[in-house]
Design a protein around this ligand. Sequence first.
Ligand code: FBP
Length: 337
Amino acid sequence: MKSISLIQFLIEERRAGYVNAELSLLIEVVARACKRIAVATNKGALGGVLGEAGTGNIQGEAQKKLDVISNEILLEANAWGGQLAACASEEMEDPQPIPDMYPKGHHLLLFDPLDGSSNIDVNISVGTIFSILRCPDGVTEPRAEHFLQPGTTQLAAGYVVYGPATVMVLTFGHGTHEFTLDREVGSFILSRRDIRIPEETAEFAINMSNQRHWEAPMQRYIGELLAGKDGPRAKDFNMRWVASMVADVHRIITRGGVFFYPLDAKIRSKGGKLRLMYEANPMAFIVEQAGGAATTGRERIMGLQPTGLHQRVPVFLGSKKEVEVATHYHVEADAAV
Ligand code: FBP
């Protein structure tokens, strides 16, 4: 395949009318920031970037040094470009306005600067997840409420995995595409175009240690997978759990599979573990554009009307058939009550 850089790909998408100049420039700025985060994560202990930052975030979680560093890199890179009206992050309670000395743009950027925090210090893949929305017309000082748009209104979404290779996966609503960072050249190069997730799979990802807290339909569904070919599904299933959503989703984007972070008794009061605006919605957009499905176990994630910037939701995503079966078990159980 002729090597196509991200910039070339974005120019093609502009010519096709899928993105406008401002949005494609914004993607370039985010990609450049992620290259800097890749350098920081790759340094590990030699860069003094491991360990706790000694501060906490809005979620009440202890921040890792790399959480703070990645957040700063993305804020700094996106402050002066002129494509953004404001941005919001997992690491900040409120949206960050664009400083008055810089021109403002028409887009809102949401991100999880470093997903998979529990894996940072143990050298397991982590990543950055982002979602791009249109800033409502006439709004010059965006507040949290201006970000609360359903996932179906996303203009673009992507994630970058900082693993053995640094890989970015991107969608503008016209397919899902993968780019691999060529470290020598310093450019993201198109490595897979129009990715398709197989509808069927024999691989599931869930944190099994939460099993006793799950709802009955989830107990039933996972019980049937574990029963394998001697059970009602008459097929053996394998399990994987990296505990970095970006890495678990990238495996699914690469070879199929299904990922669950369901509601359970421990997190019911919070509404779930994963955040809607900068984890679930962007991943749902990417997965749906690759032929997969993404629900809360009861409804389509991208159809939800958000109620809070840091709102949490249950997440079922991946190969369509398994997401449909697991969702059906929940809807059926609710109907029987
Ligand atoms: P953050 O690290 O950004 O807070 O994300 C949450 C997360 O780490 C996901 O990446 C992952 O899927 C999940 O939590 C792992 O949860 P658990 O530790 O319960 O298995």
